[in-house]
Write a protein that binds this ligand. Structure first.
Ligand code: ADP
Length: 473
């Protein structure tokens, strides 16, 4: 099976969130089970790209709205990735420091998708499936099925993975000229709510649509930032497939970011060394239960109530807290200010740091995830693999992966609401469990034994593609 993954992010090339982790691992696991999966993504000015060994695979002059952009597709020579990687470099558009956040993002990503399809078009060997990830690549299924330029690709099945339906990439119809030619009667396929909506267009035009956990698909059918009706209408082609984790990148026994490596057998001494190092770095007390939060400081993650949670928890319990995150400026400054008030009990690193995230999973006793929306959530799976107990709001993928301690076989702490009360109550439960160290360490063993590697889910995607292959005329 020849699979092309098209994505805006891919770890370790460029990462903003979980999307990068998924696209950086899934193709590798698909290749291990006998497929030929490749990744194509934009060329950004990231540290990885700067050092990458590349050769030019294809050049193309893209005309958008009468302006010509010079594009080249670079093939990256890095066998350690586990899949062939191609970078689309479009002068003045993709080659920037950040992945997102520019005013001309619609143009940047439409141009990327158009060049990616031109590259596929000139291949002698066409893929069996084109797998698109999130709205940044959501116009591809439309372009392949309804744009004359790409009519040679119209019988190739497309799959859309929704990693996050909050972001849909809408832009005004006035900008429609950035798209390749299509029949006016097909305009409705692009439209949702009076805008060109790439995520909605992909839900309409992709052969199959999946979310990154089964529960998230159920939730989207009820509430999807305006797309619920559409998803219900297309429900026959929708499915939820739980993400896996890259068990090699995320392995406490070999993780080079850790102060001390450990496995299930050596978890006590290993985790203790990592906790001590983390506490030393952040001026905290390693003898107390340590709670952590890692993530984007956005509404979906419940980060707006994080300052109040920390405030109340530190007044009620003798615990320490650490935060690693960036996002909403107001939350960032509240979290930074709290570090002055609670010096010695709480500290934060405001920013993004891959190394530190690994050290936090290995060093904190509990990971807080009070998410309002969590399509899958990788943090809790990393936490489990590193023997750190997740405290989660039961939603989306968190619901599918964490069983409360009060239930049979339970190993985590679950609460119903994204509220200060629910989270602080859960912290109280955690403190009680922490006191029984013998039992707590047994549960750590259970957590570390849970299998969340990509093997199973990679196979589920391949089965999905195989079904589509049979549908090809
Ligand atoms: P999302 O994609 O919604 O941000 P996920 O749980 O799917 O959430 O994935 C988040 C990924 O981003 C994890 O690998 C997590 O460790 C990482 N991450 C988030 N914020 C930071 C940060 N500030 N520093 C380092 N890693 C981070």
């Amino acid at each position: 099976m020849k699979i092309i993954h098209v994505s805006a992010e891919c770890y370790p090339i460029a990462k903003v969130g979980g999307l990068a982790d998924v696209v950086g691992a899934l193709p590798k696991y698909q290749n291990r089970i006998g497929n030929y999966a490749t990744v194509i993504m934009p060329y950004y000015d990231t540290a990885y790209v700067e050092k990458a060994m590349t050769t030019i695979d294809f050049c193309y002059n893209l005309v958008v709205d009468q302006k010509t952009y010079f594009a080249e597709i670079l093939s990256v020579d890095d066998p350690s990735l586990g899949y062939p990687l191609f970078l689309v470099r479009i002068a003045d558009l993709t080659d920037r420091k950040e992945v997102y956040g520019y005013e001309d993002d619609p143009l940047r990503f439409v141009a990327f998708q158009r060049v990616a399809l031109q590259w596929i078009l000139q291949k002698n060997d066409l893929p069996n499936v084109v797998h698109c990830h999130d709205h940044h690549t959501g116009l591809i299924p439309f372009m392949m099925s309804h744009c004359e330029d790409f009519s040679a690709l119209k019988d190739i099945p497309t799959v859309l993975s929704i990693h996050n339906a909050q972001y849909q990439g809408q832009f005004s119809h006035e900008m429609g000229g950035i798209l390749p030619r299509f029949r006016e009667s097909d305009l409705g396929l692009l439209d949702w709510g009076g805008m060109i909506n790439p995520l909605a267009a992909a839900i309409k035009c992709a052969w199959r649509v999946n979310t990154v956990s089964p529960s998230y698909m159920e939730e989207l059918m009820q509430k999807a930032n305006g797309l619920e009706w559409l998803l219900n209408h297309e429900s026959a082609k929708c499915v939820g497939i739980l993400n896996g984790i890259d068990a090699e990148t995320w392995n406490p026994a070999t993780d080079t970011y850790l102060h001390k490596n450990y496995n299930i057998r050596t978890r006590q001494s290993g985790r203790k060394a990592n906790k001590t190092a983390l506490c030393d770095e952040f001026g905290l007390d390693a003898s107390k239960p340590l709670f952590g939060f890692i993530g984007r400081l956005v509404w979906e993650k419940g980060s707006d109530i994080l300052p109040a949670i920390i405030d109340q928890a530190l007044q009620e319990y003798d615990v320490n807290v650490i935060v690693l995150g960036s996002g909403a400026t107001e939350v960032e400054s509240q979290l930074a200010n709290l570090a002055i008030k609670y010096k010695g009990s709480y500290n934060a690193y405001i920013g993004y740091q891959e190394r530190m995230s690994h050290q936090v999973y290995a060093g904190v006793d509990f990971l807080l995830m009070p998410s309002r929306v969590e399509p899958c959530g990788l943090n809790q799976m990393y936490a489990l693999r590193y023997g750190c107990m997740p405290i989660v709001r039961s939603t989306g993928g968190l619901k599918d992966t964490v069983i409360d301690l009060g239930e049979e076989g339970g190993f985590g702490i679950c609460h119903n609401d994204t509220s200060v009360g629910d989270v602080v109550y859960s912290i109280g439960r955690a403190v009680t469990h922490f006191k029984d160290q013998k039992k707590f360490k047994e549960i750590q063993k259970t957590m570390m034994q849970i299998e969340h590697s990509w093997e199973k889910s990679a196979q589920m995607y391949v089965s999905l593609y195989n079904k589509l292959k049979k549908e090809v005329k």
